[in-house]
Design a protein around this ligand. Structure first.
Ligand code: SF4
Length: 331
């Protein structure tokens, strides 16, 4: 046992010079920019996440030239290619919004956004299940807001989420993990991609990615293994896409349990009978839904620290985002 072991590293702590910057529909921050002059302040966004990130607020409707208050907009026509029109007059606002969005998104490219939180149900900002009105006035909840569609097309790897879905503890944890993972990926790319650094990045993200998608972890591994045959740009493009697509899959209790068991395998033999029993019971309790993820994680972090297991200490999985958010206390 190595009693002089260093404490578990906190890979989630972002360098001070690289803030976690998140775009957000301005009304979610409490800005009175809605069609009726109101707002939709979201407490998790402002009071929870807001303590750890820098927001880039944006209201596509106001910034594209509309007033407050204003007539409501709606999506109408084809589900796959709806128009953005005014509900009262039917006047078409599609091209104005589209060209505004493209120009505005261009200005965001240098900000290193790590995520975007969008207002649900909005014909401009809604990410999914936005009402699209057909000819007879019937609406199907199958659309995407026009600005959100341009955003997703311009930044395909950027973690996007709606504020309503962030009320779900699992979706919230997944989104925040993706945001912090994207920050680390951007930092990695900015520092210069080499095969050796790629191997390091892949290694420290092993258990985090496994908890989200074993398939993407395996595919990333195969890519790194043949990295010598690829240019640095190919390696960066392909790995970044696989990594972020894998992180976009929600981590499940079953996959977390697998990851925790793998980690426990590194030190199980060094534990006395009582500690081994405690570890078993804790993993079983988590697997059965009796305790949240933070319980087995805390126990494993303790053993990793006590035994000085460098390979596990560096795993991002053990601290993927600030503990003050308490996200793993609820999943
Ligand atoms: S949903 Fe989007 S367009 Fe509507 S008020 Fe909020 S930020 Fe503006």
């Amino acid at each position: 046992m190595n009693s002089s072991a260093s404490s578990v590293v906190d890979p989630a702590a972002p360098p001070r010079s690289n803030p976690i910057r998140i775009g957000v529909s301005a009304c979610l921050l409490g800005r009175e920019v809605r069609w009726d002059g109101g707002h939709k302040r979201d407490r998790f966004v402002t009071d929870g996440l807001g303590r750890f990130v820098e927001f880039v607020p944006l209201c596509p409707e106001v910034e594209s030239g509309l007033s407050i208050p204003r007539p409501t907009l709606r999506l109408a026509g084809e589900i796959d290619d709806p128009r953005l029109v005014f509900g009262d007059s039917g006047a078409d606002y599609t091209e104005v919004m589209r060209s505004f969005a493209r120009a505005r998104l261009h200005t965001l490219a240098d900000l290193d956004l790590c995520g975007f939180i969008l207002k649900s149900d909005s014909p401009s900002c809604g990410l999914e299940r936005v009402r699209v009105y057909g000819k007879g006035g019937m609406a199907l909840r199958k659309g995407r807001g026009l600005f959100a569609a341009e955003l997703a097309a311009r930044f395909p790897l950027l973690p996007l989420e709606e504020e309503g879905r962030l009320n779900d503890a699992k979706l919230r944890e997944t989104f925040v993990e993706r945001v912090f993972a994207y920050r680390r990926w951007l930092d990695f790319v900015a520092a210069g991609v080499s095969l050796a650094r790629m191997v390091d990045f892949h290694r420290i993200h092993k258990y985090l990615l496994l908890a989200h998608s074993p398939e993407h972890y395996a595919a990333c591994g195969r890519l790194v293994a043949r990295g010598k045959a690829l240019s640095r740009a190919e390696l960066r493009e392909q790995y970044g896409e696989l990594f972020m697509r894998g992180m976009a899959r929600a981590a499940t209790r079953g996959r977390h349990t697998n990851v925790l068991q793998h980690m426990a395998g590194y030190f199980k033999k060094q534990l006395d009978a009582a500690s081994k029993d405690e570890l078993h019971r804790t993993l079983d309790d988590y697997s059965d839904g009796l305790v949240p993820l933070i319980v087995p994680i805390t126990l494993i972090r303790h053993h990793v620290r006590v035994f000085g297991l460098a390979y596990l200490e560096e795993q991002v999985y053990l601290a993927p985002h600030p503990k003050e958010l308490m996200l793993r206390n609820q999943v």
